[in-house]
Write a protein that binds this ligand. Structure first.
Ligand SMILES: [Zn+2]
Length: 125
């Protein structure tokens, strides 16, 4: 038995898989509501442009709209990362550092499931 071939047990992998799927679901929900909010803001600011002469308010809306577009991009990226983590669980590469072949601590995987390096190796780069 080689010590360099550490692996997560199938029970743990199932646990992580559920964790990642739950994260994907809640992120998708957040994405949907952010998209909806952005749409409402866009409609509202179009109405404001017609009915309101307060330029300051209009530009405030604009900033908020920009922020929600940024948020949407961030959430979409996060979903992509989480899907990658699911793929890694399937491939059997999940949760093991690509550089030192050691298991990545559970707490870190719970926070960043798609990570491919342990903190030690990440800091060494
Ligand atoms: Zn490592």
């Amino acid at each position: 038995m080689s010590k360099n071939n550490e692996k997560w047990s199938s029970e743990k992998l199932l646990y992580f898989e559920k964790l990642v799927r739950d994260k994907i679901d809640s992120t998708k929900e957040e994405l949907e509501s952010t998209k909806k909010r952005a749409e409402q803001m866009r409609d509202a600011s179009q109405n404001n442009a017609i009915y309101s002469s307060h330029m300051a308010d209009a530009s405030g809306d604009h900033v908020e709209l920009e922020q929600s577009y940024y948020m949407i991009a961030r959430l979409e990226k996060f979903i992509k990362y989480l899907s990658k983590a699911l793929q890694m669980i399937e491939d059997g590469t999940f949760g093991v550092c690509v550089m030192c072949n050691k298991m990545i601590p559970q707490a870190r995987l719970e926070e960043v499931p798609h990570t491919t390096k342990c903190v030690g190796c990440k800091e060494r780069i």
